[in-house]
Design a protein around this ligand. Structure first.
Ligand SMILES: [Zn+2]
Length: 87
């Protein structure tokens, strides 16, 4: 689980981007922290390029396939590739 120290740097949102399961090798929709829905492993990505492929880490059969879920999106005044309108 992602951790933080200063609550004033994070804001809660109901943006639908946080509900989408994202596949290995899919385009990264925005910069942020993503967690694997099978095992909880977290990665930080810049929002450029694609997610790691299926060999990024190993799963047991019970953990199912690797899928990524957006946990924390970066917000920036730089136009792309950062998520906008999430707040
Ligand atoms: Zn995993």
């Amino acid at each position: 689980m992602a951790i933080y120290k200063y609550r004033n740097y994070l804001a809660q949102t109901k943006h639908a981007s946080f509900d989408l399961p994202l596949q290995p090798n899919a385009f990264v929709p925005c910069g942020g922290i993503f967690r694997c829905t099978g095992c909880g492993t977290e990665i930080a990505l810049e929002g450029i390029g694609v997610f790691p492929d299926r060999s990024h880490h190993k799963h047991s059969h019970a953990q199912g396939p690797i899928q990524w879920q957006l946990v924390v999106a970066t917000v920036s005044t730089v136009p792309k590739p950062y998520l906008h309108g999430a707040a």
